[in-house]
Ligand binder design. Structure first.
Ligand SMILES: Nc1ncnc2c1ncn2[C@@H]1O[C@H](COP(=O)(O)OP(=O)(O)OP(=O)(O)O)[C@@H](O)[C@H]1O
Ligand SMILES: [Mg+2]
Length: 501
């Protein structure tokens, strides 16, 4: 076997109150795809940040091409050929694709002024994009691209830097199925060119499909290394959570009851030409499927009063209501757990506890004062219930790992008394164990008489969790599927505007 490109030995990282990494040894050989998996907070991103020179380890050694490196910096990491495809993408919206790929390294024309050679810039960018099978040109403004396309720009940038290792931290968590497939093909191509890839994902099927080797982290330690033939989802899960995962989905305890919410001819400001009618009943989980852009989030925003409906009616427990603001919605027990937790779900500078209890402050107020003890109890209870990993509830939410932040968003809404819960992509970026826990909580809520509307692009989740599914296409409901009619094929054909077959 070829000499390793990179060796990390005995890496520890101590944060105040948290030992994020505890003696991890990690080796990368040329041209291998390593799947890096583990529960939320296991230390995956921290290990990668150390490789990128963004964070310094408390202890441990890093060698690149056999030479020890003291105090790896961002620049040294980049120069050694380590590139990141960031989840929060680092691109300049106002520049075109080519300029973003070569930013700071633009080819220049001969002459005193060193003007940027635009023709060469675009030519070189085009050739990189072609290698990656991109469906857009170098002259497109980045602002017009989809997330998947932006990721390709980042990968093109990595190629242009002659990257030897590309690190992808949850690259597919916001991609559609076909975009994901394309990204996986790009990873295979990188491998064929001798580039190593570290692929972090909670979608274990992708890891199974792609990885030559899998490293499992738990509580900051390497608990398993699986070779190609040993990689399967069940084995990864067992190592990740240290036990077998019990059944994930549970059917409802009783048939659904009367309607909780009834939309008739509802038209959103986004797509006023399309009218939506649907009913969510007591005790049922209605899945809302559809392609990205089919209007699911717009519908949720309108139901929650973030946008005004331009026409149509909303009936709540039998009577017509106006939901003009989120305040109206919350007062009526309609809650939205949003998709974009950073922008609309959390206040990143507030503590975990404050984020959990924020939306429900009146419940802790007595004589106009906030009852801090009750508030703290509630925050602690929710933290335990969802197994949110943090030293205590006073920690800033921004310091939690991605998946744990998502759990805080959930905790915030679950601490109230909902009638209708709208979840928009509830388990994006969440590990398998916590997913099962969230499904269990959803079912607990629905069994207690709450109606649930769950927007999800995760087919397995839609089919597993929903009692019934509404499929959207171009702002309309293309069709409803009953539990026994649910299949990936039936959902997809409605989602692309055909009838369910
Ligand atoms: N800057 C920081 N200050 C304090 N604690 C931190 C900091 N960054 C990370 N941590 C903690 O270190 C631990 C590991 O976090 P990390 O982000 O590496 O997890 P992860 O495996 O990437 O999880 P996820 O799957 O949720 O993304 C967590 O407990 C996290 O709260
Ligand atoms: Mg992470």
């Amino acid at each position: 076997m070829a000499a390793p490109f990179l060796t990390m030995t005995g890496i520890c990282k101590q944060y105040p109150g948290v030992r994020a990494l505890d003696g991890v040894t990690f080796v990368v050989s040329p041209g291998e795809v390593i799947g890096l998996v583990g529960e939320n907070g296991a230390g995956k991103s921290t290990l990668m940040k150390i490789l990128g020179g963004v964070t310094t380890p408390t202890e441990g050694m890093i060698e690149i091409d056999g030479a020890g490196i003291e105090g790896l910096t961002v620049n040294a990491s980049m120069e050694a050929g380590i590139a990141f495809v960031h989840q929060e993408l680092n691109l300049f919206d106002n520049l075109d694709v080519a300029a973003n790929i070569f930013i700071g390294r633009e080819p220049t024309r001969a002459g005193l002024l060193r003007l940027v050679d635009d023709a060469a810039l675009h030519r070189q960018a085009r050739s990189l994009l072609d290698q990656l099978g991109a469906d857009f040109g170098p002259e497109r403004p980045v602002a017009e691209l989809s997330l998947a396309q932006m990721q390709l720009v980042e990968i093109a940038k990595a190629l242009s830097l002659k990257a030897r290792l590309v690190i992808m931290d949850e690259p597919t968590s916001s991609l559609t199925a076909s975009e994901t497939e394309r990204l996986l093909a790009v990873v295979s191509r990188l491998r064929a060119d001798g580039v190593s890839v570290i692929f972090i994902s909670h979608r274990l099927a992708e890891v199974e499909h792609l990885a030559d080797r899998v490293v499992v982290l738990r509580d900051g330690r390497t608990v398993a290394e699986l070779a190609r033939g040993e990689i399967d989802a069940a084995t990864m899960i067992r190592h990740m959570i240290g036990r077998e995962l019990k059944t994930v989905y549970r059917p409802p305890a009783a048939p659904p009851g009367e309607p909780i919410i009834e939309l008739s001819g509802l038209r959103t400001v986004y797509r006023p030409q399309a009218a939506v009618s649907l009913v969510v009943r007591r005790g049922e989980i209605l899945g809302l499927a559809g392609l990205v852009g089919s209007g699911r989030t717009e519908l949720a925003r309108t139901m929650f009063g973030l946008d005004r409906a331009v026409a149509g009616k909303i009936g709540l427990a039998g009577s017509k209501v106006e939901i003009g603001s989120p305040g109206d919605a919350i007062e009526r027990g309609v809650y939205l757990v949003p998709e974009d937790r950073k922008r609309s779900g959390l206040i990143i500078d507030f503590s975990v506890g404050d984020n959990i209890t924020l939306a429900n402050l009146p419940a802790y107020a007595r004589f106009g004062l906030i009852d801090a003890v009750r508030e703290l109890d509630q925050a602690k209870a929710q933290r335990a219930r969802l197994e949110i990993r943090c030293p205590d509830t006073t920690v800033r939410v921004g310091l939690l790992s991605g998946g744990n932040q998502q759990k805080v968003v959930l905790a915030k809404w679950l601490s109230m008394a909902p009638r209708l819960l709208i979840f928009d992509e509830p388990t994006r970026g969440i590990d398998v164990g916590a997913k099962a826990e969230i499904y269990r909580l959803m079912r607990e809520f629905s069994d207690s008489g709450v109606g649930i509307l769950m927007i999800s692009s995760d087919m397995e989740e839609v089919i597993g969790v929903s009692d019934r599914v509404a499929v959207m296409h171009e702002g309309r409901i293309a069709g409803f599927l009953e539990r026994h009619e649910l299949s990936e094929r039936a959902i997809l054909s409605l989602a692309i505007g055909r009838s369910a077959t």
